[in-house]
Design a protein around this ligand. Sequence first.
Ligand code: 5AD
Length: 367
Amino acid sequence: MNIEAILEQNSFTQQDIAALISVTDPRLCEKIRARAESILLERCGDIVWRRGLIEFSNVCARNCYYCGIRRAHKTVRRYTMTCEEIVEQATWCASQGYGSLVLQSGERQDSSFIDLVERCVRTIKERTRSALLPRGLGITLCIGEQSRQTYQRLFDAGAHRYLLRIESSSPHLFAAWHPSEQKLESRIACLKTLKAIGYQVGTGVMIGVPGQTVADLAADILFFRDMDIDMIGMGPYIVHPRTPFAHHAGQMAQNRQAVFERSLTMIAVTRIVLRDVNIAATTALQTMDPTGREQGLRHGANVVMPQLTPADHRADYLLYEGKPCLDETAQQCKGCLEARIAAAGRRTGCDDWGDANHFFARQSLKQ
Ligand code: 5AD
């Protein structure tokens, strides 16, 4: 298929998308990248939004085969930050002009955990209102599958965005990556519930897991489109040696560069197909290459998530091997990221939630 002709189109079939994702010729990769960047600048502008990331607990009731904090991994030192610690990081984040925060953790449904999250959300909203941020920090939650009541409670407490990765939209891959107690349909139902409640909803997939094909990734992008998703967070799969997927290590080591490049292409193609969503340049990208996040920004991403997890907990939140910045303070991460955003030729957003234009577009269609 003629890649240059596909790039001129405004709508795309699964075959078109698969053809774009398969490109490896550097000249054509650059065309795809440049198209993604120009759509980004036209539809979203040149601002990169920061969301301070607090990985506030690594306690997890799930057992995903790829993840380093799965419940069966017994040597992980489990921690849960207190409400006071979390709020302290959040107020620092507001004072630095970040505008938004992501509260991420392992998945738990018990009431003491949900009570903690609700208390944190309410307290953060109260304590971070200021002349610059009259509505307080924007809060995104990333705490997995929960009941409708829980999602509603946390929305009422003041969280307004929610990230729940689908990991893969292929029923066959989802089943191969998770124990049978986890169901793709249940994740999809959660995404629909979150949207019905009024959250801005983010999802995403892992890229490069052995067995995943270009057709699967193309279907993932169509899934984002058909679910009318506002935000995307996706990145390369990276082996964690103490998981059931550790046997992929040899193959992943051989394919490292290809998986990194495919992740960048996925960001670019997602930007080309979805246009006005927010897309994050994820930590996993930077794990694979020290300039991974800048490269993500240059391929159409417009969100970064600087680490606010206190340094003494970072080494215990290892979803995969080789996570960067384990010994950096939140202050160091801030300076480093600002430099990376400037290096990508972009401006840093301040004191604003930085919601996705896609959300406003779908709201105005509803009225
Ligand atoms: N490699 C890359 N990403 C991973 N995640 C979990 N384990 C890994 C891994 N080994 C991602 C999942 C999850 C997010 C919080 O981290 O996509 O949704």
